[in-house]
Every structure is written in C-alpha cells, then in structure tokens.
Design a protein around this ligand. Sequence first.
Ligand code: ARG
Length: 458
Amino acid sequence: MAKMWAGRTDGVTEKIADDFNSSISFDSRMYKQDITGSMVHAQMLAKQGIISEGDAESLVAGLEGILADIESGELPIDMECEDIHMFVEQVLTERIGDVGKRLHTARSRNDQVALDIRMYLREETDTITELAKKLIGVITDKADQYKDAIMPGYTHLQRAQPVTFGHHLMAYAMMLLRDVDRLADCRKRMNLSPIGCCALAGTTYNTDRRYEAENLGFDGICLNSLDGVSDRDFCAELMSDIAILMMHLSRFSEEIILWSSWEFKFVELSDAYTTGSSIMPQKKNPDMAELVRGKTGRVYGNLISLLTTLKGLPLAYNKDMQEDKESVFDACDTVIMCLKVFTGMIETLRANTVNMKRAAQKGFINATDLADYLVKKGLPFRSAYKISGTLVALCIEKNTVLEELPLEVYKQHSELFEEDLYNEIDLMTCLEKRVSEGGTSVNSVKAQINYVKEMLEK
Ligand code: ARG
C-alpha cells in the first residue's frame, strides 16, 4: 500500500525498508499522549479559525473513540504501520473520512513526536519519583528500627569507626533524596511544549502555541522552533538522573551482597527476595541485588547510546532521532522495575545485630577515640595518634583488644592514661559521643530521619 506521505515519491517501498524504518513496535506506548496532543491541536485549529468548529468536533470525537478502543483492546495497534502517529491518523481518516486529513494542518511529525515523548516522559518521571520516595520511606523506617544497632563503619573496606546500622542506611536515604530533587529539576526543563514548531521553521498559519501548551499541562513553550524539534536534552537529562539513581542502588546492592555473605552475616534477606542454586543446596543467593547492580550497566549504556546518537546531528530533525526512544524507554522501565523490587527487598530485610556488634568489637574501631582521649588530656593529636597505633599493634601481637589491655600497659606508653579511659573507648560511648550534626549518635540519626520525613512530605 502507498504511504500517507506519498507525493514526491510514489510511496511504494520495499518491505525490508519499511521494517527498518518502522518505530511502531516501540513508540506505540505513546498512543495516549499522541491522541491527547491531537485533540488539543484540533481545538486550537478551530479556535484560531484555521478549521471549522464542526470539523474540530468530528476530529475530537474520532480521536476519543480511538483512545477508548485502544484502551478496551477493541482496536489493536497495527504493527505494519510506520509509527504511532501514522497509525492514529490513518484510523481516524478511515473512521471519520476526509475531515481526518485536516488534523495535520500546521503541524509536522517532528514537533508531534517531540511533544509525545515529553508528555510520556513527564509521567514516567513522576512514577520514578513516587517510587524513589516510597523507597526512601522504607529505608528511613528501617533506619529508625536500627538507629542504635552498632556496626563497624568502613573505609577501604577496613573496619574504621563505629557507626549504627541506622546511620549507614540513612546515607542511602540522603542519596535518593538528591535523586528525587534532580528528577524534579529535570522535569522543569522537560515540561515545555514543542508543538507548533512544526517541521523546523514554525508556520504561516495563525496558531496559538501557548493555548496548546496550557491545555496539555506544560509550563511554557520551546522558544526556538529549530531547537524545539531537535532538542532531546530532556531524554539525556532524565537518563543521567536515572543513571545516578541506579548507581546509588547498585552501591547499596553491593553492600547487601557483601553483608548477606557468610563472611559478614550482617543481614538476612527474606526468602521471598532470594534464590537457590540448582546444584548447591546450601545456597541462598542475593539475585535481586545482583540484578540491580547488573542492570545499572545497562542503564549507563542507554545514556551513552543516546548521547552518541545526538553528538553529530545537524539541525533540525534527522531520522537518527527515532533512536532516542528505545534507550530512554528501557532506562525508565529498568529503573521502575529495580525500584519496586529493591523496596520489597529492603522492607523485608533483617539485620543480624549480634554479628554486627561482634564485628565492631574486633576491629579496633575505637582507636581514634583512644587518641582523642589523650588529646583531651593535653597531648597533640599526632603524638596521641602514634601512641594509640602502637597500642593497637601490641594488641594484635598479643591477640587481644584495647578494652582488655591492663592499665599498667597503658601507663607504660603514657602517664596521661587513667582508669576512665575504658569508659572512653567503650563502643557505645564512642557512638554516643559523635554528636556532631550528621554524625552517628542516636540523636543525630533521629534528626536525619526527621529531616528526610519532612522532605518527603513536601
Ligand atoms: N517515528 C519518527 C520518530 O520517532 C517520527 C518522526 C518522523 N519524522 C520524519 N520527518 N520522518 O522520530
């Protein structure tokens, strides 16, 4: 069959060329945005006297019917069509006759597709934001539950200083809060309407772009028509935000994988979020966390793919730009799936506080506090650091810990040591003394929790 755009050419193409050219297999998901955009376009055309009110009514009624029929399943989307825009227009013309052919006045598929993606991604951005917020809520509740569960905090994956599990969890709540903020920022730039830019240069018709923008829920319009049809920054921006979010989930996943190993045994994942091995009966594998970590690479790939597609494109529209959709849709689908699974996994995760505490006791993570003790008695920090380090080396040699070392031994290294040192290096004291804002003391973690809860309500 000849194409709707038959004109200069006879519109008869090879099947293989059609298949290659077609985007309907992945852009059909934008049917609702396409139809809604077209309804408002028809209304604008009538308001401006470009088409008659009667024609606009037929167009809108026809489009409403198509939308309803696609949603009910009565109208299957024809995968032989070139894209969703052509499909809708074709069905419309079949259903209401020649009036259908008036819809594409003062419009091009270039501004139409730009409009549809923005509207589609706007909703996706809201969905991702809501899911991220839900996860933050779940993390915050867990943190509250474990705000006094002591564990070793690490640097270089070496035991460093005592923290609480609640404090550690809240670090991720903070990251995700920034992600939510980034998404809101991205949405601002996304929410400008390109419709009316037409093919590239605007139009000679007396259109009202701002009417269309307003009625489609945009905050404003793209102010340069060439830019309006060529801009895919909002896709790249959204994917960057998603990539950073995934990076956060991936780091968290890595920790969960480590913590649930026999070597750590800090957390126990619910059976519902683990898998067994087909050969090793003892296994309980953290597959969900591993997949989230794995899919992060895929999302990075999506971002790089789009940036690379765009980097050499002259203005304005080029067919290369059709390649934007698969990457950005895949990034959205992936992060949505990951957030849902991750939330369930965290919600059902239990901490093994006994093992966490045991690990905290064995790692000399109070060595800084021992040095601070001497500093408070007047010694310069560097000298105190040296003494504390020497005592740690001694403990390692004697297979003991700082808490068990007799006072005489301490005194051999500094006369400043007194009986009260044992209280100072007690792990609970070490925790509770870290009262600086953002620190690990229970009160400080409570303050973090309250802050995050407040931000979530905003
Ligand atoms: N399917 C196309 C896309 O996704 C729609 C725009 C087509 N425009 C054009 N001039 N061929 O980009």
